[in-house]
Design a protein around this ligand. Sequence first.
Ligand SMILES: Nc1ncnc2c1ncn2[C@@H]1O[C@H](COP(=O)(O)OP(=O)(O)OP(=O)(O)O)[C@@H](O)[C@H]1O
Ligand SMILES: [Mg+2]
Length: 500
Amino acid sequence: MKQNKVFKSIFVKLVLIYISISIISFIALGSVFYYFSGDFIYSEKKSMITGSIDGVVSVLQSTYNRNLSTVFPLVNAYIQRTADSLGAMIVIADKDGNIYPSLIKSGIKDSSLSSTVISKFLRGSSGVLKFPDQKQINVIGSDGGTYSEIGNFYDLFSDTGFSWLTVANEFSINNVPEGNVYVFLPVPDLDAGRVKILQIFSLCALGIALLATITIYFVSRRITRPIKSMRVAAQEVVAGKFDKRVEIISGDEIGELSDSFNQMIDSLENLENMRREFISNVSHEIRTPMTSISGFVEGILDGTIPSERQEYYLQIVKNESVRLNKMLNDLLELVSIESGKEIFEAKDFDICEICKRAIVMFEKPIVEKNIRINATYEYESIIARADSDSIQRVIMNLIQNAIKFSQSGSPIEIKVYYDSHKMVCVSIKDHGKGMSRDDMKYIWDRFYKADKSRIRDDAGTGLGLAIVKNIIDSQGLKIDVNSSVGSGTEFIICINNGEE
Ligand SMILES: Nc1ncnc2c1ncn2[C@@H]1O[C@H](COP(=O)(O)OP(=O)(O)OP(=O)(O)O)[C@@H](O)[C@H]1O
Ligand SMILES: [Mg+2]
């Protein structure tokens, strides 16, 4: 349940992170755009107004009669048109700041704004208006450049509640300054354009964010779904069940992880099966001798077995306990090699010597079975490099098998030689019963015995070759087997040449 929440939160986290990133980037982008577009729009508008003022000035120059109170109707109409097209208020004042009301033209949509501004002008005799502040009159410096500002133009716009863009320019007749042309534009009107663009931008951003959120929702689900099913499968494994696998829905890292996860379950299942099989094999192998030991001992104790037969049965009891002991030792050895506890130390040694020693150890069964050992050594002494003790165990196991699975009187050939790659090889070849192809697949498995009905006396436990294989693999060596039913078996091990 707790984990479920975590998975949910991974999903929620992904979506939240995405949404936050989008919001932050949209805000940043919007602000940058709004800020820079402001400057751009102001300068564009300013140059447009300056151009318009130039137009007004040239019209004034062409018709000017040194008396602003009488301006031709044509000029009137031109200035009004200019004001309308700018959406601004145009005021023409003489050099003392006097403004004839007929020379105030407003193109501002909200006409009350113009009235508010006009009410700020001083009212002189015969209806002539005047700028209330001398600074408003003297805006043009001695260089005659265009004046522009954003603000309340020395208190003129303070009653309107917002800033205005003011652009003013002087007009002269025959290079004699005659007065100023002022253009006033409310900043909110100026901003309207970019507010509109910002609105469109926000709408687009919202649409994109919505689309992306839906996409990220499905993408996140695609990511978390396999993780979720991995959790379910993992819980099943914890409960000892191995039948769940994760569905692989993509070829990306998550897909690879799912695949590895499935492989992990496969190998865990394999391991668990091996463990179960191992335990059942061990208990089976132990139970049989234990039952006969306790049965015979009981028979001797309660007199069921007559005294003249007791020695015979005690011999069986002894053999069984020896076999049990051997099995336990083999098992311990196998576990020790598999767990990596047994350390193999590669050293140079004479492999001919090892073979000779091994053959001597089997003298008794060799004589008993009347077996001829033909040992040939390519050189008197051949130096190999590996862990000599474990190699001796391997050779002994192979010789023991060769003797065990040979009929009385049949020969065994042992050959020590260099192969074409200069590896030191030992071949142990018998002419015994041999093995079928099927048996050869399983001989390296623990407890595998081809002939399950083998008589008890020489019955092994099927651990010998498992130990051999482990020793060989642990040292990166090679073992081959050739066998055919009825004609015999050959095991060949190859070891690094010690003299290199
Ligand atoms: N030389 C051989 N000829 C025929 N069959 C063999 C030979 N060597 C091994 N096998 C087959 O492989 C099986 C496994 O061999 P392995 O040495 O592991 O067990 P084992 O000899 O039966 O018992 P253990 O070695 O534990 O005493 C044998 O039971 C036998 O069937
Ligand atoms: Mg064996």
